[in-house]
Write a protein that binds this ligand. Structure first.
Ligand code: MEV
Length: 447
């Protein structure tokens, strides 16, 4: 859909005077100036056509008309652009982009972009967010964007005892060296915030960690440059063999924490009272706490919420996945990333703690037109805020899944949505597959 298509939508499906409000100005302005009362609860959103949904977002000041047009356009990633992103490019691979509604995070209304192929994920996130609104939505703890590089090195076993003393003597020099790699980062208020040494469980093997505040960047390139610089210098300071010089995706100084509460009455479902539902959800969480087999599925459900937002905002979801699962296993047993307990007033209380290493600059964020629109939809958050939004979706997703699983099972709701996909398959079943056409064996031609 182009901007002019959206005009047609405007005249056909909404009142033109509402659309005219603010859509010509830049979206940043629009979002900042949006009326405080704008709500992420949009009645009938799920039943609207795709065009009508986009129009609803424009009407409410969540998206500019141009940003909405860019999202709808089938070619929002041109071949030229795709070809600059990766090697051997042969096209672009599209995913559905949905919007999760009902999110109230730190007192602000959010519509959350989610790029995902699995049915019921967006609906579940919206449902979890609606439940959490009963007690003010989600509350995040701010995190800095601290990325960490690792420099592995090995010394002769007779030198191992002197490594900790040597490290203290070069601590300040290491910080200066790291900062000298990125002077502009310092001027933006970022830079190296600490260095540490870890002794690995093999004689003579050590690793230096350099922790860097990377501000708006996810930080992989920043800390990898630092790691390589320190790796080159290291043998001149202590006799050693330098090994790998690379970031760690286990970003323990970037843990994002979010909390929400749900009134027990809101959780009433099927034959269960709200109080019973709270007990059953807590029990379902305990299952994951006790059993890594269940924890894996529990956390997969959380990543159902996290990954689609990471993807939609142009971030590296493999890095976030690796960090989340490594963090879940840090105690020595793989654990759930959330915790659910019964509060003093009988309410359900949930928390998530998960590393979410994302940025709002770098990578494809500034280049991908759809990412520009999704960041607009979120009001161009800073990286720390974005990580809180993403973790909130993980918590909402988990709440929705646990309530369904503990109280009614998920197949009824899941299958209703899945049925839409099956219906599509039936509709397109008679069409020859591209492979068959290419081979000249398409079944439509066969008797
Ligand atoms: C399905 O994609 C995710 C769930 O299995 C998560 C869970 O079991 O908590 C429903």
């Amino acid at each position: 859909m182009t901007t002019s298509d959206l005009n047609i939508v405007a005249s056909n499906e909404t009142s033109a005077c509402v659309l005219a409000h603010g859509v010509e100005s830049g979206l940043r302005e629009e979002v900042k100036n949006a009326p405080a009362a704008r709500s992420s609860r949009i009645s009938g959103f799920a039943q609207m056509s795709v065009k009508a949904r986009l129009t609803a977002l424009v009407e409410r000041g969540f998206l500019s008309r141009d940003a909405a047009g860019a999202l709808f356009s089938a070619e929002n990633l041109s071949q030229d652009l795709a070809d600059t992103f990766i090697e051997n490019c042969i096209g672009a691979f599209a995913l559905p982009l949905g919007v999760a509604t009902n999110f109230l995070i730190d007192g602000r209304e959010y519509l959350i972009p989610m790029a995902v192929e699995e049915s019921s994920v967006v609906a579940a996130a919206s449902h979890g967010a609606k439940l959490a609104r009963s007690r003010g939505g989600f509350f995040t703890s701010p995190t800095k964007s601290i990325a960490t590089s690792q420099i592995q090195f090995t010394v002769q076993s007779e030198d191992a005892a002197r490594v900790p003393g040597w490290f203290e003597s070069v601590r300040a020099e290491l910080i200066d060296r790291a900062n000298a790699c990125h002077p502009r980062l310092l001027s933006r208020g970022g830079g190296t915030v600490g260095v540490e040494i870890r002794i690995l469980p093999k004689p003579g093997v050590f690793v230096i960690h350099v922790h860097v505040d990377t501000r708006e960047a996810m930080g992989a390139n920043i800390v990898n440059t630092i790691a390589e610089d320190i790796g080159r210098w290291l043998p001149s300071s202590i006799p050693c063999r330098v090994g790998l010089k690379i970031l760690t995706n286990l970003t323990v100084h970037r843990i994002t924490r979010v909390r929400c509460e749900v009134d027990s009455k809101t959780l009433e479902i099927g034959g269960f009272t709200g109080a019973e539902a709270v007990d059953r959800i807590v029990e379902a969480w305990e299952f994951a706490e006790l059993d890594p087999y269940r924890a894996a599925t529990h956390n997969k459900g959380i990543m159902n919420g996290i990954d689609p937002v990471v993807i939609a905002t142009g971030n590296d979801w493999r890095a976030v996945e690796a960090g989340a699962h490594a963090f879940a296993a840090m105690s020595g047993q793989y654990k759930p990333l959330t915790r659910w307990i019964k509060g003093e007033e009988g309410q359900l209380v949930g928390e998530i703690a998960v590393p979410v290493a994302v940025g709002t600059v770098g990578g494809v964020t500034r280049l991908h037109p759809a990412v520009q629109s999704t960041l607009s939809l979120l009001g161009h958050p800073e990286a720390g805020v974005l990580s809180g939004l993403i973790a909130s979706v993980g918590l909402a997703q988990n709440l929705s899944a646990l309530r369904a699983l503990a109280c009614e099972g998920i197949q009824r709701g899941h299958m209703a949505l899945h049925e839409k996909n099956i219906e599509m398959l039936r509709r397109y079943d008679h069409m020859p597959s591209l492979t068959a056409v290419a081979r000249g064996t398409d079944s439509a031609k066969e008797p």
